[in-house]
Design a protein around this ligand. Structure first.
Ligand SMILES: Nc1ncnc2c1ncn2[C@@H]1O[C@H](COP(=O)(O)OP(=O)(O)OP(=O)(O)O)[C@@H](O)[C@H]1O
Length: 981
């Protein structure tokens, strides 16, 4: 490098973002450049300075420091400094010395970079073109957002995620039975919406006990990093709004619901999606709503998207359930009576759907369907289905379409999704093991007195301060409260035979013992859980961590981790009721219900800790009770009245509403209890029949439509099997300076090299890197291995950097070809569609940045179709940078002409790109709009705002697509050389 003079303008080859630099001073060894726009001064060795002199030629537009533009005609040089000659904006002749060029002039466009001699490596150009190609393919792929997460492809989850994520600002209740994967469904929806740009910020509210589990699941399964916010974190933000501190905020409900000032801050921070887990705790009744309900009500009025998650939506009663539906759509759910009436109609619809299978043969079935198929399209489908002349294929198609239409138009499925084990299938058996123990005298004397003396109950309630019927069914709690009684001097766990029974089972290594297994024990009260652990320790030497609501997060997670650890972990975990809700303990198959909850939904929540996706064994539920005690009567009600231990039936809430009070009164009276159990059993059978016929049946049918679920799985599998991915990854890693080493078993180690470009996620120089695989099954089997997909953060970062940056947008290569004389020039131009539109429109699904390649020879002949990108790429050779600069300099004029001509060639392709995008957009949105509008006429669950939003979206997309322009994205100059050279 030579010929530096103060006042000349140069730019940095490696750091074009510094802007236009000015030589401050120079001598034979060094040169100092001031980059005014970025306020940086750099000194370089004159012989190796990575700098390029900025020189413009005829036809270039340049900007003066005073803000006026010049169209350059010519230039002259004096004492090493250039003065440009040309016309200003008004066409008047003018001159501009290079010292007066604007410091802010950007040189990141391919054209400018090429003409100023800044060329990148050929493999960068290559990577750029391939990145554009794959980005275009992946962005419009229907599985985008679903293929990256490290999950098993389970149909009902993917169906729900796909159905919900395609809606404008989805507001739904995810109400699958316990352990069927609501967290995963919410994660999939969030992941997709983030990737497609429809959601930028989300607030996730979960019970305190689940914050860590959510944090880990989102990171491990979805590679999503969330900011966990609590009071001390918030205080660290001082006067700034802590909810603004991340894109994804995870916070504990317990903290936020109790903290009005923080709620105000959450309201002030703009989120697009609100997720609320265990939403059955949001209680509401005519007298008023709880603080949780109020908080979510206010937030959900501000935030467009809302996902409520609960396995037991009716746990707090039908009215609370209705109130939660109202959070989702206040207009639709305003009248609880009307809601109940609509539910009755579902029975008819469900039986009409069942009747479809009996067509065309059964005329009665036709009458059934006829009664609910109340629109023209459905009638036409019914006509085909009932026509004996139609082919079997026509019948099948009509049946599926009519079934979907009836579900769409009459179901509740638009706001609520509920899958059950019965419907999904493939879950392990539940085995019930009641254990009858003798009541210890300290409990018996109280219970017997209560049976004899009706007035004693009131006395006992006052004396213990407990509620009815808690005092009856939790005798250890009652014992603790009567601590002043000299007969109750010992700790309860000393006298309670359940502890001894547990100790015997724990040391029993026979088939029926616990010696070789993990055991989860759940008790209603925290104090009971603590007592159990103490009893096991003192009497048996067992260390059993306790997991309850009053532990700090760290203590709770430590306890859960100690239990989960296969090798050094502990055998027993003791949980309180509420403390364990939502937790994943499917690695364990023995559940001990130390006592029973009062509500059937809570019983189901307990079993749900083990009976979850991933459970490999039959689940053993052990229930120790005392013979002749209220606890035993409660057990009879559960077992004989509603078969509560065999499977979730989804009707427990109705039974509790009907018999809860009477049951409390019957806990001391066998005869009364027998009657209640019989009545419960009758109602249970009736409710099951009703469930199978009505709302639940419709919900189940709607919660997973097998054909659509299969289509999503197929789309994800297509990306899983994409052979282009490993090839692309290999190239990209190489260029970004990342090493990959095969470790065998389809696993590789990805690690940073010394040359790695900084800022790649999961990789830092000097650190080890991570293990990764392309295979879903390998990643699922081992937590320590990441799964590489097009959606992995490393891939997205590398692709994003290539596409958004200048990397590889100008290159020069040599081509040896026997048939082409040396010294001939070709320009390979890559144009890219440019179509500014708000991210939330998710324009990329119809028109992602699309590359148009044009290959011209020096005479201007278009060789694009004759020589493919790969064909050319394979045969070119690199050139050193200074030779490249000289070659470009010598061909400036020719290149300018080719660039202009290439633009014209590319423009010719634009109308067909626009038309294809418009057609794709119309095909999808017009269809959706027609479906939604038709639905809105029949199904009040379709929000008017949804229809309006879709119309507006269609119009905005159409505008954006129409305004698409092409921009030169990259250019490679290819110069032929003699084969002998
Ligand atoms: N598709 C899947 N692939 C792998 N694991 C899964 C999948 N779906 C669910 N799981 C696992 O199954 C367990 C239950 O899932 P999840 O916690 O989402 O259920 P849930 O319906 O939210 O449960 P609860 O009703 O108890 O809150 C979790 O450990 C989860 O990681």
């Amino acid at each position: 490098m030579s010929d530096f003079s103060p006042g000349q303008r140069w730019i940095s080859d490696g750091e074009a973002e510094l802007g236009l630099g000015t030589v401050l001073n120079c001598d034979t060894r060094s040169v100092t450049i001031l980059f005014t726009a970025s306020q940086e001064t750099r000194t370089y060795n004159t012989r190796q300075a990575p700098l390029t002199r900025v020189q413009f030629g005829s036809g270039d537009r340049i900007l003066s420091a005073d803000g006026w533009q010049m169209l350059v005609d010519d230039s002259k040089e004096h004492d090493g400094l250039i003065t440009y000659v040309g016309q200003d904006n008004s066409g008047a002749l003018c001159e501009l010395p290079e010292a007066k060029l604007a410091d802010t002039m950007q040189f990141d466009q391919a054209r400018d970079r090429l003409l100023t001699g800044q060329v990148d490596r050929n493999d960068w150009f290559d990577l750029r073109f391939r990145t554009l190609h794959h980005h275009q393919r992946i962005e419009q792929h229907s599985a985008l957002g679903f293929s990256g997460p490290r999950i098993d492809l389970i149909p009902h989850q993917l169906y729900i995620a796909d159905e919900v994520a395609r809606r404008h600002a989805p507001r739904v209740l995810l109400a699958d039975e316990v352990g069927l994967g609501k967290t995963i469904e919410a994660g999939l929806i969030l992941h997709r919406l983030l990737l497609v740009g429809r959601v930028e910020r989300a607030l996730i509210l979960v019970p305190d006990s689940l914050t860590h589990q959510w944090l880990v699941e989102l990171l491990r399964r979805f590679s999503l990093s969330v900011t966990l916010l609590d009071e001390s974190q918030s205080q660290a933000h001082g006067s700034a709004n802590p909810f603004d501190s991340g894109q994804l905020i995870l916070a504990s409900q317990d903290w936020l619901f109790a903290n009005p000032a923080r709620q105000e801050q959450a309201l002030a921070s703009h989120f697009d999606l609100l997720i609320v887990d265990e939403a059955h705790h949001l209680d509401w009744n005519e007298e008023g709503s709880g603080p949780g309900y109020q908080c979510v009500e206010r937030l959900s009025a501000e935030i467009d998207g809302l996902l409520l998650l609960t396995a037991t939506p009716e746990q707090m009663g039908l009215k609370s359930h209705f109130a939660r539906l109202r959070l989702l759509d206040p207009e639709r759910y305003h009248d609880v009576e009307r809601f109940k009436q609509e539910e009755r109609h579902y029975v008819e619809v469900a039986s009409a759907i069942d009747a479809l299978d009996a067509l065309p043969g059964d005329p009665q079935a036709r009458t059934h369907v006829d009664a609910v198929a109340d629109d023209r399209d459905s009638q036409a489908l019914l006509e085909t289905l009932a026509n004996p002349e139609a082919s079997a294929e026509q019948h099948d198609t009509a049946r599926v379409q009519l079934r979907d239409a009836l579900l769409d138009r009459h179901g509740t499925g638009r706001v609520m999704f509920r899958n059950s084990r019965r419907h999904v299938g493939g879950f392990p058996e539940r085995r019930y093991h009641p254990v009858l123990l003798a009541m210890p005298s300290a409990y018996r004397r109280v219970i017997r007195r209560l049976e004899r003396d009706e007035d004693y109950l009131d006395e006992l309630l006052i004396e213990t301060g407990m509620d009815h019927p808690d005092v009856l069914i939790y005798p250890d709690a009652m014992y603790r409260e009567l601590s002043n009684d000299p007969l109750n001097a010992e700790d309860w766990w000393h006298i309670d035979p359940r502890i001894n029974w547990l100790l015997e089972k724990l040391s029993d290594d026979s088939e029926s013992g616990f010696a070789d297994d993990k055991i989860l024990i759940i008790a209603h009260h925290r104090e009971t859980a603590e007592g159990i652990a103490e009893g096991l320790r003192v009497l048996g030497g067992y260390h059993a961590p306790v997991f309850h609501e009053d532990l700090s997060l760290i203590e709770r997670d430590r306890a859960a981790a100690a239990f989960a650890d296969d090798e050094d972990g502990c055998q027993v975990l003791v949980c309180s009721e509420i403390g364990s809700e939502g937790r994943n303990f499917q690695f364990c198959r023995h559940l001990v219900m130390f006592d029973l909850p009062q509500h059937p939904d809570q019983l189901e929540q307990r079993i749900g800790r083990l009976d979850r996706i991933g459970q490999q064994h039959a689940i053993e539920v052990h229930v120790p009770t005392f013979e002749g005690s209220p606890g035993e009567r409660l057990l009879r009600w559960y077992h004989d009245g509603m078969d509560a231990f065999s499977a979730p039936h989804g009707v427990g809430s109705d039974l509790f509403d009907a018999f809860g009070d009477a049951l409390a009164d019957a806990l001391l009276d066998d005869e009364m209890l027998t009657e209640i159990v019989e009545e419960t059993r009758e109602m249970f059978s009736a409710k099951l029949a009703e469930r199978d016929a009505g709302r639940n049946r419709l919900l189940e049918l709607n919660a997973c439509r097998p054909a659509r679920a299969q289509a999503v799985i197929d789309a994800v599998s297509e990306l899983d099997d994409d052979k282009a991915l490993p090839r692309f990854v290999e190239r990209a890693l190489d260029i970004f300076g990342v090493d990959s080493q095969d470790l065998g078993g389809d696993v590789m180690l990805i690690s940073p090299s010394q040359q790695m470009l900084d800022g790649l996620p999961g990789l830092a120089k000097g650190e080890e890197g991570f293990s990764a695989t392309y295979h879903r099954d390998v990643a699922l089997a081992r937590d320590d291995i990441q799964r590489l997909s097009w959606e992995h953060p490393l891939l997205r970062e590398m692709m994003g950097r290539v596409i958004d940056g200048t990397m590889g947008n100008s290159a020069l290569a040599l081509l040896r070809h026997p048939a082409i004389p040396s010294g001939r020039l070709m320009a390979e131009l890559v144009f890219r569609t440019h179509c500014p539109a708000p991210k939330r429109l998710h324009l990329n699904r119809f028109l992602p940045p699309t590359a148009v390649r044009v290959l011209l020879d020096e005479s201007g002949a278009n060789l694009t179709d004759k020589i493919s990108f790969t064909g050319l790429s394979k045969n070119v050779q690199k050139v050193n940078k200074s030779l490249a600069r000289d070659l470009i300099k010598s061909r400036h004029e020719q290149l300018r002409t080719l660039l202009t001509q290439g633009e014209g060639e590319a423009e010719r392709e634009l109308p067909s790109i626009i038309e294809a995008a418009e057609t794709r957009m119309r095909a999808q949105l017009d269809n959706e709009l027609a479906r939604l509008t038709a639905l809105a006429e029949h199904n009040p669950a379709v929000r008017d705002t949804e229809v309006q939003a879709l119309k507006a979206e269609r119009a905005a997309l159409s505008d954006a697509i129409e305004n698409t322009r092409l921009r030169l994205d990259a250019v490679r100059v290819v110069i032929t050389v003699d084969t002998g050279r």
